[in-house]
Design a protein around this ligand. Sequence first.
Ligand code: ACO
Length: 398
Amino acid sequence: AIDIAKLRDETGHITIDSGYKNTGATKSAITFLDGELGILRYRGYSIEELAEKATFLEVAYLLIYGELPTTEQYAAFENDIKMHTIVNEDMRKIFEGFPVNAHPMGVLSAMVCAMSAFYTGDKAGADELNIIRLMAKMPSMATWSYKKSQGHPVNYPNNSLDYCSNFLNMMFALPVAPYQVNPVVAAALNKLLILHADHEQNCSTSTVRLVGSSHASLYASISAGINALSGPLHGGANQEVIEMLEAIKADGGDTAKYIAMAKDKNSGFRLMGFGHRVYKNFDPRARIIKKAADDVLAALGINDPVLKIASELEAAALSDEYFVARKLYPNVDFYSGIIYRALGIPTDMFTVMFAIGRLPGWIAQWKEMKANKEPIGRPRQVYVGATERAYVNIADRK
Ligand code: ACO
């Protein structure tokens, strides 16, 4: 019999790079990231400056179209989005079938995927329209899960509000009382969404590009990205961080015990919100978020005991040889949950917030992949299974 694995070994070369630690899948002009120096730039603009000065929609425009918008371009972009914030009422029937305790990430990915069935048939300019539809409708649909969990009616979008305020209004307004968006809360949300907006070829973004490379629709690609983001080693970490901090608090606040557990490979426990595939010095987003968390809690007059535990944990880890040797630092997720909580966002919605922020990055990457006419993504493997075997009739099998 021909030993195919052996033959391949002799005739072809496949590079194995498990987890793609050193394999570039594309050239990209969207986001620059230097993990050693802790630099992150969108289209050449530093994350620090954008988080300080820009609106989320400006950043979305920058990522998707390549340049910061002029006043006219910004107004047109914002207006286009406002014209599409309402979701087809029949999509609500799909939504109503989900159980009340469904995880909002599962619901969101399903609803975004369903958009491909509802919003088709626009031949010319379809991509551009679908981009606007996603930017417009995803926040609306995201709020439905929260409203359902509360047993409250959903809110329709209010086009007199900006992007972040509109989201907050859909989340928290009730028919029985007027809701005033707190500018501190809207500004903090704006900053968080900017920090999440793109991060080059991470797991969810690579997924979006890979799925899109088969010429699957933008909706199908983004839905796949949402699923990739949901994992606890990726975007799902922000929910896990708060749950971990709560557990430490409930357990008496003994951070040393949890540091020891994280170092013990047999414990199955990792310090959530620590470590990053690319950042080996610090995560610049974490620095901005830590300061924002302090500012938001002070402005809202909130004294959150888990912030104290987070600070203790960070200090203990950063002075521990295990974490130092492995270059494990707090990542973007470590402090984002503390801010989301202060803004009134429930824990199981944290990763959804991440997805809303990451959406323009996914769109920009999908668009770039398409514009570059990239070939279908199709990784190879090295086969390590059985060599050729003869079929054995079921009656003769031992
Ligand atoms: N706690 C304890 N040990 C850790 C942690 C952690 N959070 N992260 C990594 N390590 C250890 C590993 O056990 C490994 O140790 P070893 O060399 O002795 O075997 C070493 O550090 C390297 O870790 P890897 O898992 O190989 O690193 P990788 O780059 O594959 O993983 C990841 C990066 C997934 C972020 C990892 O650090 C992790 O699981 N962190 C916790 C989850 C988290 O916060 N995810 C959010 C990432 S940011 C984002 O997606 C937005």
